[in-house]
Ligand binder design. Sequence first.
Ligand SMILES: C[S@@+](CC[C@H](N)C(=O)[O-])C[C@H]1O[C@@H](n2cnc3c(N)ncnc32)[C@H](O)[C@@H]1O
Length: 285
Amino acid sequence: MAQETAPDPVALTDYQRDVASWWNNRRDDQVNLALGEVDGLYHHHYGLGPVDPSVLATAADDRDEAIIQEMHRLETAQADLLLDHLGSVGADDRLLDAGSGRGGTSLMANGRFGCRVDGVSISEYQVEFANQQAEAHGVADRVRFHYRNMLDTGLATCAYRGVWTNETTMYVDLTELFGEFARLLQPSGRYVCITGCSNDVMGRSAAVRHIDEHYICNIHPQSHYFKALADSGLVPVKVLDLTPDTIPYWELRSQSRVRTGIEEPFLTAYREGSFRYLLIVADRP
Ligand SMILES: C[S@@+](CC[C@H](N)C(=O)[O-])C[C@H]1O[C@@H](n2cnc3c(N)ncnc32)[C@H](O)[C@@H]1O
């Protein structure tokens, strides 16, 4: 197996430094912290599935908390769906969480498969937070988070049974990213992506531009994913349009105490069809 060589210092462009600062400055972000405090799994992604109607009927004093718990249930269901698509993963396998945020999905993967998980993020704050979570969950020997650029991880070639990105691809060039994943994946290894992407036919709507500006990201058109996968030798084996399943989360979030104002552009973009929430599964032959 090839040797691991950590890029030191991590090479970042000016744009990537801005992205890192954006995430480093979200230490008190209630939309993530309040939800993570429910059970100690901290996510930085959105939710999936129907909302339990009893939540909105909760008495006023308890309603805010009931909504937080329900949003957390939906964001955890989203991560579960992603993990469902990794295929067969054994305790001896190794997985990579590319753009790992506060580490919730990595901890879930280790809990489900018992395997080693590496997470990489360009936010030093997030890496420290996620490693503290791995310690708190008693799995720091199996789940490690690294300050690395997912375009150039320095991690070992062909070492990974599976790689996933959960809402991170809008920060990077897809061809570079999938080229790195093709290098990291074992033969027959699998890549799973959940992402928002724009509708090629409709072009970039005002709502999609609003989301990009809010998160300083660059939402890719849907077709770019499939071109970049093909260019990298990764073969799509399944695509799911999750858009109808994420709308209830956004409707609930817009009634929550942690709403940020970005709920309306998301709902507009999803409802008008200019934005889609996709799950893509691709294999390395
Ligand atoms: C929306 S958050 C998603 C976090 C996590 N995947 C989750 O589901 O909770 C986006 C993440 O992408 C990371 N990111 C953005 N560009 C990156 C890059 N070039 N290399 C590594 N991580 C990156 C950010 O630091 C952040 O952790």
